[in-house]
Design a protein around this ligand. Structure first.
Ligand SMILES: CC(C)(COP(=O)(O)OP(=O)(O)OC[C@H]1O[C@@H](n2cnc3c(N)ncnc32)[C@H](O)[C@@H]1OP(=O)(O)O)[C@@H](O)C(=O)NCCC(=O)NCCS
Length: 185
């Protein structure tokens, strides 16, 4: 459980991260973005279980519960100027060693603009006063995610063999990238 308080909004240069509202409109927006690019989002474990906007509503409902329990902070990513919803970033797996994990995705039209690097930096600003270590886990063939981790100065601690299990039952190796509070100074 997170020892601090999750802010409902985090404003950056080009982005605003906001707590995801539990509404059918939000569920529809998430579903539409995800459903338009199932192959591009194939590394996300929830994609095969997301068949209808109702499934995204269940995700919002669970996220809200976890937010209040301080076990998971799931943010939507909006473009500040256009107010366009572009994807999500979340912090989870808070451990006693003051570690948390972040996970993220963007709709296909919003990649390649540096938005995720900005979103990761905003999450770090929020988390680092409280946590000491942030990790990013990614499939060893997920080049875009690896690129974000490396660009943001994360250290590749190693490879966890068969650290991921996908919905079809196959296992995949995953990288563990970490950044420590002291890495930022
Ligand atoms: C992982 C993912 C979020 C990365 O998205 P992305 O668009 O590549 O990442 P960013 O938004 O930070 O963009 C980085 C690139 O944007 C470009 N860019 C354009 N304008 C930029 C700016 N103003 N600032 C920084 N980068 C900019 C850069 O070229 C940069 O690439 P480079 O470092 O090679 O030059 C995206 O590929 C995705 O959603 N994948 C599917 C879901 C997924 O696998 N999630 C991770 C699970 S572990």
């Amino acid at each position: 459980m997170f020892q601090g308080t999750f802010p409902e909004e985090i404003t950056g240069t080009r982005l605003i991260l906001k707590k995801l509202p539990v509404t059918f409109d939000m569920a529809r927006q998430i579903f539409t973005l995800a459903d338009a690019d199932r192959d591009g989002l194939r590394f996300l474990p929830w994609i095969p279980y997301t068949h209808r906007p109702e499934d995204s509503y269940t995700f919002l409902y669970e996220s809200d519960k976890n937010w209040r329990a301080k076990t998971d902070a799931e943010y939507g990513i909006w473009h500040k100027e256009t107010n366009t919803f572009m994807g999500c970033i979340g912090a989870m797996d808070f451990h006693d060693n003051d570690e948390a994990m972040i996970g993220f995705w963007l709709g296909k039209d919003f990649r390649g603009h540096g938005y995720m690097c900005e979103a990761v930096a905003l999450m770090e600003n929020m988390l680092f006063p409280t946590v000491n270590r942030i990790i990013i886990r990614n499939d060893t063939v997920n080049e875009a995610s690896i690129h974000v981790a490396e660009k943001m100065g994360y250290h590749r601690d190693g490879i966890m063999r068969a650290g991921l299990k996908y919905a079809d039952g196959h296992y995949a190796d995953c990288n563990i990238f970490s950044k420590l509070r002291s890495d930022r100074s």
